[in-house]
Design a protein around this ligand. Structure first.
Ligand code: MF3
Ligand code: CO
Length: 292
């Protein structure tokens, strides 16, 4: 918001209090940026930052596509991780997951198999017929971040696995369709919970989508269930939606052996898809353009 002693928005070079006060004038992108940071600690990105995030998102999506094409029966997730490290190095980029957090995440990607909800650590177990695998790839390019994930199905999968894969995909893509300035962040979770539960699935509440772009995890937190974050979307917001959809209970348990891997409490399957998104004047742009 404009302050009493700030220059008036009309360009008169007088103080606002001596000029158009109390009319705050048309919201400029600059004043909106200040307001969003002050009120919500949300960074609305400048055109230059958006350009950088778009490039990082495009790279993350293209690496993710290569990793998914490589993920076949007999291949290990450690081998997929090795390919990810090579593709990041070849592009002059860094994998955001590697050494992230505490304890430092040991992989360059997350590889979450079957009942694993998220944050799976790549290992030496070969993929086998009937597996569903989430590959989550976040890339840093010239200081900007893109974050995305997809599911890969190995051979023939059960109906229950197919259901979570499809419901997670539709939860993501249908929630993206509603995005435009003025829609509240909370509407995303309201929609996804209603949609997924309507299909007989449950929605993970312990992990959320997030602002992303100039850092890996920024505000806002984007919950995929009903919540009270009634902040209106605004042009220049960049964030992820990454619903984790379970066949059985929504409860997840974090592996005490590594403090990262989250599995469903009942061992039933879980699926997730993720995009990095930009709110535009008209609606929304997908910054991580992968194909299903
Ligand atoms: N998309 C996931 C997230 O935002 C990626 C996690 S990478 C990890 O949490 F290093 F944090 F595991
Ligand atoms: Co993410």
């Amino acid at each position: 918001m404009i302050g009493r002693n700030d220059p008036c928005w009309c360009g008169s070079q007088q103080k606002w209090k001596k000029c158009h006060y109390p009319d705050p004038g048309p919201q400029t992108q600059e004043s909106l940026r200040k307001e969003y940071y002050k009120k919500h600690q949300i960074l609305l990105k400048t055109p230059e930052q958006i350009d950088g995030i778009r490039k990082a998102g495009k790279l993350a999506a293209s690496i993710l596509e290569e990793l998914c094409a490589f993920a076949k029966e007999g291949v290990t997730t450690a081998e997929i991780d090795q390919l990810s490290r090579k593709l990041h190095a070849d592009a002059g980029a860094t994998a955001a997951a590697l050494n992230y957090g505490s304890p430092p995440f040991p992989g360059s990607i997350c590889t979450s198999l079957n009942e694993m909800i998220c944050h799976g650590i790549p290992n030496n177990v070969p993929l086998k017929d009937g597996d569903i695998l989430n590959i989550d790839c976040a890339s840093i390019l010239n200081g900007y971040y893109g974050d995305c994930s997809k599911m890969v199905c190995i051979g023939n999968i059960t109906q229950e696995k197919q259901l979570v894969v499809d419901v997670a995909y539709d939860s993501l893509m249908k929630s993206i369709e509603m995005l435009k300035p003025g829609v509240k962040v909370s509407e995303i979770g309201t929609f996804i919970q209603k949609y997924a539960e309507g299909k007989g699935c449950s929605v993970v509440y312990q992990f959320v989508g997030h602002g992303v772009g100039t850092r890996f995890h920024e505000n806002p937190q984007v919950s995929h269930v009903r919540n009270s974050l009634h902040v209106p979307l605004a042009p220049g917001m960049t964030f992820t939606i990454e619903p984790m959809i379970n066949a059985g209970t929504s409860e997840g348990i974090i592996d005490p052996e590594n403090d990262w891997e989250a599995r469903t409490a009942d061992g039933r399957p879980s699926a997730q898809w993720e995009h990095t998104l930009l709110i535009t004047e008209e609606g929304c742009e997908i910054l991580t353009p992968w194909k299903r």
